[in-house]
Every structure is written in structure tokens, then in C-alpha cells.
Write a protein that binds this ligand. Structure first.
Ligand code: AMP
Ligand code: MG
Length: 275
């Protein structure tokens, strides 16, 4: 697998993990590679939707400019828009903040059959909240346990949970922030806040180390994606999703076959009744 899969709690040091890997792939071969994965991705997501017994939750996290939007465009773009949805989490409104931190998140989880992408997520409550001391430490420390329990509740209820950290270097972030100033199409993304947050780079990386380390679980793994190369990022994310869904294929096909049998029997009985 091209991604670094973390499926049990264990020490993580993002600083020591390269951001510019290409997994031995060549850029020229990336469109073909991605297209092949995109086909499988679309098939598996449609099967999940049609079988309607499970759901898929894909959490996307990363520093500003890490490529969350771009990844969603590539990955969600490969799927059938029927049955998928994106939930973006911004600074909580006063009403949202008046509840426990998982309240607004739980409402956005996928219904059976559905695929939901979280563009930022409940992890912000142990990232930005921790870096800026938005709640006392005793409170955010408790949240790792709450997050693990919450994700366990989801997986036990039939949701397949995958969490992606798009890993870019500080230098790559600077290049991307500056390029936004050059490109009119990207001007809407210009935000002085991104430069201010950049000053807290090390604190964020530390907070990510801890979140990945404490909330990596067999049924809700983290995937660290070297993301300086956008083409590699898309292939690595697509591959991780395909590999996670593949083992479910046969079961979903059987469920579909069962649905087909039942519906055909209903049709046969109906036709017999009217003839
Ligand atoms: P963007 O993803 O650029 O639209 O920005 C969304 C902003 O919302 C980011 O600066 C996040 O850090 C912030 N945000 C998201 N969730 C939370 C949260 N739970 N508490 C505080 N800020 C948050
Ligand atoms: Mg931003």
C-alpha cells in the first residue's frame, strides 16, 4: 500500500515521515494508474449503496493547503454522485458550540448505503482547539477517548471508517500559499489566517502526532498520505479506499443477488395474479 496505515495506537512522529514520496511511481503513469483505481472505487461505492447494509465515512484532515479540497474533487469525483455527500466543518456556530463537540458531527454521519466525506471533522477539537487553548487541557485530553468510543459506535453500527492525514512539508505549504496570490482562480482561497496559523506549524504537527497515535484503531485506521505531490496523493488515497472496500465486495454482491431474487419472486407472483 502506498499510504502509511496506522491501525493501532503507537508512537507517531510526522517530522520523520517524508512528505514527497512517489512510491516508485512515475508522474507520466499516474493518469492511467488513477483511472484504474477510480473505476474500482466507483464500482465498490455503488455496490455499497445498492446493498444498503453498510455506510462509508471518509475523514480528510491536513494543514491549510494540504489539498483537502483537491482530494475530495478527485476521489468524490470518481464516484456516483447519487449516494455521496460532503460535510465541511467550520468554526462552530454559537449554537453548535453550546453542545458537546460530537453533537454536530454525529448528525452528519452516513445513513446505510451512503458515503460521506468529512472535510475537517471532530479531530479539529483536538487540533485547532488544542493549539489555541480554546478549552482547558483537561477537557481536550478527555476527547481522544470520546472520539475512540464514537468511532467504535459507528463501526459497530456498520459504518466503514477511514481517516486520511494529508502530509505536506512547511516549504510546500509556503509555495502553495504564495501561488494562490499569483492565480486569480485561487484568489478566493487567500486568507491572512493561513499565514498566522503557519506560525503554529510545530504545535499542529505535535497535535496531529497525538491524534493519530491515540485514535488509530483496527476498524477506524488513519492513513498518512505523503501529499507534496498531488498526483501521488490522489493515487494513494484511492488505493487505500479500494483496498479497504474490496473485502466487502463478495458480501455486497450476495446481498444484491438476494434482493434480486426477492424482487423477481414478487414480480412473478404479481404477473401470475393478473394473468
Ligand atoms: P476552511 O477549512 O479553510 O474553510 O476553514 C475552516 C476553519 O474552521 C479552520 O480554520 C478550522 O480550524 C476551523 N474549525 C473547524 N472546526 C473547528 C472547531 N471544532 N473549533 C474551532 N475551529 C474549527
Ligand atoms: Mg483554510
Amino acid at each position: 500500500m502506498l499510504a502509511i496505515k496506522c491501525d493501532k495506537p503507537g508512537k507517531i512522529k510526522l517530522r520523520d515521515i517524508p512528505t514527497n514520496s512517489d512510491g516508485g511511481l512515475k508522474r507520466e503513469e499516474s493518469p492511467t494508474r488513477f483511472a484504474a483505481l477510480a473505476t474500482q472505487l466507483a464500482e465498490l461505492q455503488e455496490l455499497c449503496y445498492a446493498a444498503g447494509t453498510q455506510s462509508l465515512l471518509i475523514v480528510v484532515q491536513g494543514m491549510d493547503t494540504a489539498g483537502k479540497d483537491g482530494t475530495l474533487k478527485s476521489i468524490a469525483g470518481a464516484m456516483n454522485p447519487v449516494g455521496i455527500r460532503v460535510a465541511s466543518f467550520k468554526v462552530p456556530t454559537a449554537f453548535e458550540a453550546g453542545h458537546d463537540f460530537l453533537w454536530r458531527v454525529h448528525q452528519q454521519t452516513p445513513v446505510r448505503g451512503e458515503t460521506v466525506f468529512f472535510n475537517r471533522s471532530h479531530y479539529e477539537d483536538v487540533l485547532v482547539v488544542r493549539v489555541h487553548n480554546l478549552v482547558p487541557e483537561t477537557q481536550w485530553q478527555e476527547r481522544y477517548g470520546h472520539i475512540n468510543d464514537f468511532e467504535e459506535l459507528l463501526t459497530e453500527s456498520g459504518t466503514i471508517v477511514l481517516k486520511f492525514f494529508l502530509h505536506i512539508s512547511k516549504e510546500e505549504q509556503e509555495r502553495r500559499l504564495l501561488s494562490r496570490e499569483e492565480n486569480l482562480a485561487k484568489a478566493w482561497k487567500l486568507n491572512v489566517g493561513d499565514w498566522k496559523e503557519r506560525e503554529f506549524w510545530d504545535d499542529y504537527q505535535q497535535a496531529y502526532d497525538d491524534a493519530i497515535e491515540k485514535c488509530a484503531a483496527k476498524d477506524a485506521p488513519w492513513f498518512i498520505i505523503p501529499a507534496d505531490k498531488k498526483w501521488f496523493r490522489d493515487i494513494a488515497v484511492a488505493e487505500a479506499i479500494v483496498e479497504t472496500l474490496k473485502p466487502h465486495r463478495q458480501k455486497w454482491e450476495q446481498i444484491l443477488a438476494g434482493i434480486g431474487e426477492t424482487r423477481k419472486a414478487e414480480l412473478a407472483a404479481y404477473r401470475k395474479g393478473v394473468s
